[in-house]
Design a protein around this ligand. Structure first.
Ligand SMILES: NC(=O)C1=CN([C@@H]2O[C@H](COP(=O)(O)OP(=O)(O)OC[C@H]3O[C@@H](n4cnc5c(N)ncnc54)[C@H](OP(=O)(O)O)[C@@H]3O)[C@@H](O)[C@H]2O)C=CC1
Ligand SMILES: O=C1O[C@H](COP(=O)(O)O)[C@@H](O)[C@H](O)[C@H]1O
Length: 510
């Protein structure tokens, strides 16, 4: 691993949920695993008035998200970690100027010898991203004179194509593109990255990876939880913006892209952009309504217990039409994928938490052998992104005994079986990359815009036709029942783990 330069991480929105729940535990893991540079400091910035001690107590010593990890360490070890954390408030009415902030940063830079290398992490409401970038620029904090200046921007990156473009323009006013790191935590997941390696380091897959051999591609992202405490945010977003536009289209781009000429960040991102640009944009409402479906979870009784419906969640409009489930069928208009349907669905309050991509291969051109009744003739490659990260191939084998009967067998690989299997948390990996200046796993401006270009007409159509193709679904189900009918040739969706009853959870074999 490259030596990581000394630096300071300045988190805007330091008193918020994401910082406490994800960022600080990720920084702690980096510290524990010896990945932090020799000189490193964190400066938390928000409006709340907190002393350094109060900030450290809230986000480290008393953080529910760190208790397990710190219980395993000596107090002295945690103390050294906590002392790297400082806090600065911008005043309850934003009345403290960024010159004060610049002064504070300069003092810490001196104290920690961070060599003027700063990463600014924007974990505030997105409406503030532009203002913060502007203020940083005016306080001479965005200019790379001596040290590096990087800006990590959290999702959502825009609300639609127009706002994403505007945000890009604004950021480019104050920071150069190479300084901007748009985070998509799915790219930090080991199995998402493994999609690239599986495809481009195995000559057994790549020759089959095209319209001649692939029948269709299916991607499922399911969560058991509802919107929890994020109802206010989610009600303005919905599943299409929250998951599909960002995380799921990232997975699509890795499945669709052409081989990059090297593992260089720009080469990979160029290919991903090309992939996203080749998604066929649905132009008419008629086409969109035919190829998309949305749902909202409704109040459900399960074994005598009432589970809240979406409209009853805190922060949600009781008449909301925001979708908590979305399923989209689309095509990719290029040489490799012409005519291959892609089916992607995402939903909350579903039976299990799972994200996987399934490549369904075409059946052999001529049936020579007799199949078992339940045998599905298509070979499948299942890439399990979470949980039980791994890969599975389903293929036909002879049933022992007389005749030539075929049944389906599995060949599988689990990450957990690797000896050195320590899967880094996505935020840990992505922070480390930003600290090293590696943008490969961050989204580029044109990539984000290409994704919005595909999603925008669907959003507009759904907004103009709130009742069309919208269905309720019970908590703990795979979304609206008619979503199965979307998939041609009566394949239906693969509902992993559906028939599994044991308590060990489900595996990719199911
Ligand atoms: N929470 C999550 O799981 C995820 C969140 N995100 C994104 O991360 C960002 C933060 O989300 P989350 O932590 O949940 O939000 P919260 O509402 O919990 O926190 C927002 C933070 O921003 C601070 N803040 C508000 N105004 C300013 C300002 N002018 N300058 C500096 N800080 C300010 C708030 O503190 P104060 O009031 O003290 O100023 C608070 O610390 C959002 O863009 C969200 O979409 C993305 C993926 C997942
Ligand atoms: O970005 C988001 O992702 C989470 C799901 O992330 P995962 O790593 O647990 O799969 C989702 O719950 C949230 O709504 C969304 O904003």
């Amino acid at each position: 691993m490259k030596k990581i330069p000394n630096q300071m991480l300045i988190i805007f929105g330091a008193s918020g949920d994401l910082t406490t729940r994800k960022l600080i535990p990720a920084i702690f893991d980096l510290y524990k695993d010896g990945h932090l540079p020799e000189s490193f400091a964190v400066l938390g910035v928000s409006r709340s008035q907190l002393s350094d001690k109060e900030f450290r107590d809230k986000s480290i010593w008393k953080s529910p998200f760190l208790q397990k990890a710190i219980a395993k360490q000596e107090d002295e070890f945690i103390k050294t970690f906590a002392e790297k954390f400082h806090y600065h408030d911008l005043g309850s009415e934003y009345d403290r100027s960024y010159d004060d902030l610049a002064q504070k940063i300069a003092e810490l830079n001196e104290q920690y010898q961070t060599q003027g290398n700063y990463i600014f992490y924007l974990s505030t409401p997105p409406s503030l991203y532009g203002t913060i970038a502007k203020n940083l620029n005016e306080a001479n904090l965005s200019q790379e004179n001596g040290g590096f200046r990087r800006l990590i921007v959290e999702k959502p990156f825009g609300y639609d194509l127009e706002s994403a473009k505007k945000l890009n323009e604004t950021l480019h006013h104050y920071f150069e593109e190479k300084q901007v790191y748009r985070i998509d935590h799915y790219l930090g997941k080991e199995t998402v990255q493994n999609l690239l390696v599986t495809r481009f380091s195995n000559s057994i897959f790549e020759p089959l990876w095209n319209r001649r051999y692939i029948h269709h591609v299916e991607i499922t992202n399911a969560e058991t939880v509802g919107v929890e405490k994020r109802g206010g945010y989610y009600d303005k977003s919905g599943a299409l913006r929250d998951m599909f536009q960002s995380h799921l289209l990232q997975i699509v781009s890795l499945i669709v892209m052409e081989p990059p000429i090297s593992a260089d960040a720009e080469e990979i991102r160029d290919e991903k952009v090309k992939a996203l640009k080749s998604l066929r944009i649905m132009k008419s409402d008629e086409e969109i309504i035919k190829n998309t479906l949305r749902g909202q979870y409704v109040t459900t009784q399960i074994e005598g217990r009432t589970h809240k419906g979406y409209r009853e969640e805190e922060g949600v409009n009781p008449e909301s039409t925001t979708e908590t489930f979305a399923a989209i069928k689309f095509y990719v208009d290029n040489w490799r994928w012409k005519g291959v349907p892609f089916y992607v669905r995402t939903g909350k309050a579903m039976p299990t938490k799972v994200t996987e991509a399934v490549i369904h291969f075409k059946t052999p051109p001529h049936e020579v052998f007799m199949s078992q009744d339940a045998y599905r003739k298509d070979n499948k490659l299942i890439i399990r992104i979470q949980p039980n990260e791994g890969i599975l191939i389903k293929f036909g084998v002879k049933v022992p005994g007389l005749g030539f009967h075929v049944d389906q067998a599995n060949m599988e690989f689990y990450y957990s079986d690797l000896e050195s299997a320590q899967v880094m948390d996505a935020y840990e990996r992505l922070l480390l990359d930003a600290m090293q200046g590696d943008t490969t796993l961050y989204a580029r401006a044109d990539e984000v815009e290409a994704a919005w270009r595909f999603v925008d007409p669907i959003l507009k159509c759904w907004e103009n036709n709130p009742a069309v193709n919208t269905y309720g679904y019970s908590v703990g189900t795979w979304g609206p029942r008619n979503s199965d009918e979307m998939i041609e040739d009566s394949f239906g969706w693969r509902n992993p783990g559906d028939h599994l009853t044991d308590e060990t959870g489900f595996c990719i074999l199911c």
